[in-house]
Ligand binder design. Structure first.
Ligand code: IMP
Ligand code: MG
Length: 179
């Protein structure tokens, strides 16, 4: 294990089991429809790509990139859209796919923005959830793992753009992000 990491929180096998379970639930909930899955760059890319390969209904994908101003490890709630969708979502069943919901401020902004574009339905799927940190009323419809308030990296999640390629969800040593 990399010396910047304290421990493995969620193993590769636990992640892949959960991804399959989520894909089955989503496929069955949207049975008879197609779904537009919107990955939030860059953290959700790996989760999204594993999720869609386990789906059994027609899937379309698109991406948005947002930045929330503030320190790298703390959300401010002031969100800027860096990359918008390529297509209209009017009349579509939209599922926003996130890596982690922390304060929920990023998602709150995104949902308000997307709901003005008249989708048929709009739901959230997140791999990780830190419920104790919530500062908005956002509740994910599909949630992989609820985790304690620790800064995690890997499987798409970064600190300062590093560690996204780790196959597990790992806890970063606090001295790395506090220094
Ligand atoms: P929120 O607006 O506070 O919910 O922040 C959500 C975003 O913050 C996520 O999409 C991540 O990019 C980032 N984030 C929050 N917690 C962590 C973490 O523990 N590790 C890596 N990124 C995180
Ligand atoms: Mg991030």
């Amino acid at each position: 294990m990399h010396s910047d990491l304290r421990e493995i929180m969620i193993t590769e096998e636990q992640i892949s089991d959960k991804v399959k379970e989520l894909a089955e639930r989503i496929s069955s909930d949207y049975q008879g429809n197609s779904i537009l899955m919107i990955g939030i760059l860059k953290g959700a890319v790996i989760f999204l790509s594993d999720l869609v390969r386990n789906m059994t209904i027609p899937v379309y994908i698109d991406f948005m990139a947002v930045s929330s101003y503030g320190k790298a490890s703390e959300s401010s709630g002031v969100v800027q859209i860096l990359k918008d969708l390529d297509q209209s979502i009017e009349g579509r069943h939209v599922l926003v796919v996130e890596d982690i919901v922390d304060t929920g401020l990023t998602l709150k902004y995104l949902l308000e923005n997307l709901s003005t574009r008249k989708p048929s339905s709009l739901k959230i799927c997140t791999l990780l959830d830190k419920p104790t940190r919530r500062k908005s009323d956002v509740v994910p419809d599909y949630n992989g793992f609820a985790i304690p308030d620790e800064f995690v990296v890997g499987y798409g999640l970064d600190y300062a753009e590093k560690y996204r390629n780790l196959r597990e969800i790992c806890v970063l040593k606090p001295e790395i992000y506090l220094k």
